[in-house]
Ligand binder design. Structure first.
Ligand code: 5MM
Length: 340
């Protein structure tokens, strides 16, 4: 196996005790995050924030890879080192978000289709040259009255499979992210039913497209109550329902499953992951690929203010370490309060 085989890249992404930082906020999303701390979103403020995260002491002990946005992949550290080069020098695999976002699905109100397949081969070639060794594409499935429809699930799964096949052709590991949103008042049972339908279709489409499962990472939602649901499932119920759903649909050939946090608090996301990893004999590595659950506390502590960088880094490091513990079932509620 060459050093850059899909399998070896995937193995590095799911290395024991580590997980992936999703720092691929598009310009619109990072502006929303910066608005909360009254920071203007400019190319330089975005660069500076990513520099703060990536230069966190000991980050590589708990972070195996970072998903970057196109702009960030082309930016540099304060010392002038391109971010992908800098991350790779620490043993952190650089990745790139390649989808162009979820757009309204014609004829299906309330539903979206993720765009970005046109010209993707050429973009992947360029991204590989810039140092990216994995990619990410997110299909978005919303739950509400009368949706998701089978058509929207199919369309998004089909796009995910076409993206994954193109990535593998270019020696890039695809993170396949079908996200069933937490927004809404739906129960955990409804989330499980929809996640079952989505994963069944995603794996059918991956199979039809000839995607080699040994060379992908799945990035799913956890099976969880909607944010506005009045009868919230317990952490043990979330862990049990998520594992039941994954065991039914994800072949053991898939090396790793890296969850998104999806709007859970950092403590919830760490606890759910830890409870799942306390189960023995799982066929895949279970890890994290969190955006908000790794970054929210850091953004608040930093507040966009010069002089607060170390405080922001401490919060990022704290939640990275808690999730590192969760990789082996070792995180327990409240542990973060003892951690510096
Ligand atoms: C970091 O957020 C990602 C980018 O989202 P947009 O394209 O909407 O700006 C997002 O795809 C992220 O990688 C995953 O959803 C995981 O993030 P969370 O916050 O759900 O863990």
């Amino acid at each position: 196996m060459s050093a850059e085989s899909l399998e070896s890249i995937a193995a590095a992404m799911i290395a024991p005790g580590k997980g992936i930082l999703a720092a691929d906020e598009s310009s619109g999303t990072i502006k929303k995050r910066f608005d909360k701390i009254n920071l203007e979103s400019t190319a330089e403020s975005r660069r500076g924030y990513r520099d703060l995260l990536f230069s966190t002491p000991d980050m590589a002990k708990s972070i195996s890879g970072v998903i970057l946005y196109d702009e960030t992949l082309r930016q540099k550290t304060a010392a002038g080192v391109p971010f992908p080069t800098y991350l790779a020098s620490m043993g952190v695999v650089p990745g790139i978000k390649v989808d162009a976002g979820a757009k309204a699905l014609a004829g299906f109100p309330n539903e979206t289709i993720t765009e970005g397949l046109d010209g993707l081969r050429e973009r992947l070639i360029e991204y590989y040259g810039l140092g990216a060794r994995f990619a990410k594409w997110r299909g978005v499935i919303d739950i509400g009255a009368g949706f998701p429809t089978a058509y929207a699930i199919h369309a998004n799964a089909h796009a995910l499979a076409r993206y994954a096949a193109l990535c593998q052709e270019q020696k890039i590991v695809p993170i396949v992210e079908p996200e069933v949103l937490m927004d809404g008042a739906h129960t955990i049972e409804r989330c499980e039913q929809v996640t079952n339908d989505v994963l069944a279709e995603v794996f059918a489409q991956l199979h039809a497209a000839g995607v080699r499962l040994e060379g992908i990472i799945l990035k799913p939602n956890m099976v969880i109550s909607g944010k506005q649901c009045t009868q919230r499932a317990t952490p043990a119920q979330v862990a049990a329902a998520t594992l039941r759903c994954l065991k039914r649909h994800v072949p053991g050939a898939v090396p790793g499953i890296a969850f998104l946090s999806g709007g859970q608090s950092p403590a919830e996301a760490a606890l759910h992951l830890s409870l799942m990893n306390a189960s023995k004999n799982l066929p895949w590595q279970l890890t994290f690929s969190y955006g908000r659950a790794l970054q929210d506390a850091a953004l608040t502590a930093w507040g966009g203010k010069s002089g607060n960088e170390a405080a922001g880094q401490r919060e990022f490091a704290r939640w990275a370490r808690m999730n590192s513990l969760a990789r082996t079932g070792g995180y327990q509620a409240g542990m973060e309060q003892q951690a510096a």
